[in-house]
Design a binder for this molecule. Structure first.
Ligand code: ZN
Length: 174
């Protein structure tokens, strides 16, 4: 297991569309282990493979609270089967959009078909934070970030801030 570097916006790689996995292999399981380590290390509740630069349709999540037992979830090739027309609003953040938060509306419930860690087909009926989180992560597979759901003005303000942060962190201090 290893902690990988998380890519941050602006970065073209994050805008790629990830490719489906033919069959869950040992290599994919190692990737999922690394993704989970990386996510826990960064105090996140979800991570898509593209966020560490791997364009595969793989997501890991754990929405257990800090005082609860860890509850890792793995989703390979997730597809949304049904979603509610009712929306719910959560303040979202993203490990690839550091220190930025904004309210996003998404369907309040959804049904997701996917392969689990062992390659078995599963269906998840998600509500609440789980529904929001899985939809946020599935957006990453299409190269979409939560800031794409915001107004143009809000989005450009956030990207400006992120570009500035990047420049200063890359600067050589002499
Ligand atoms: Zn994210």
């Amino acid at each position: 297991m290893a902690v990988k570097q998380i890519l941050t916006e602006p970065n073209k790689v994050l805008r790629q569309i990830s490719k489906p996995v033919d069959k869950v292999t040992k290599q994919d399981q190692i990737l999922m282990d690394d993704m989970l380590d990386t996510m826990y290390h960064a105090n996140g509740i979800g991570l898509a493979a593209i966020q560490i630069g791997i364009p595969k349709r793989i997501i890991v999540m754990d929405i257990a609270k800090k005082d609860e037992k860890k509850n890792p979830m793995y989703f390979v090739n997730p597809i949304i089967k049904n979603k509610n027309n009712d929306l719910s609003t959560y303040e979202e953040g993203c490990l690839s959009v550091p220190d930025q938060f904004a309210e996003v509306d998404r369907p309040s419930t959804c049904e997701v078909e996917y392969l689990d860690y062992n390659g078995e087909k599963k269906i998840l009926k998600a509500t609440g934070l789980l529904a929001t989180c899985i939809q946020h992560e599935m957006d990453h597979l299409e190269g979409i970030l939560f800031i794409d759901h915001l107004s143009k003005l809000k989005k450009s303000m956030i990207i400006k801030k992120l570009s500035k942060q990047k420049k200063s962190s890359e600067a050589v201090i002499i």
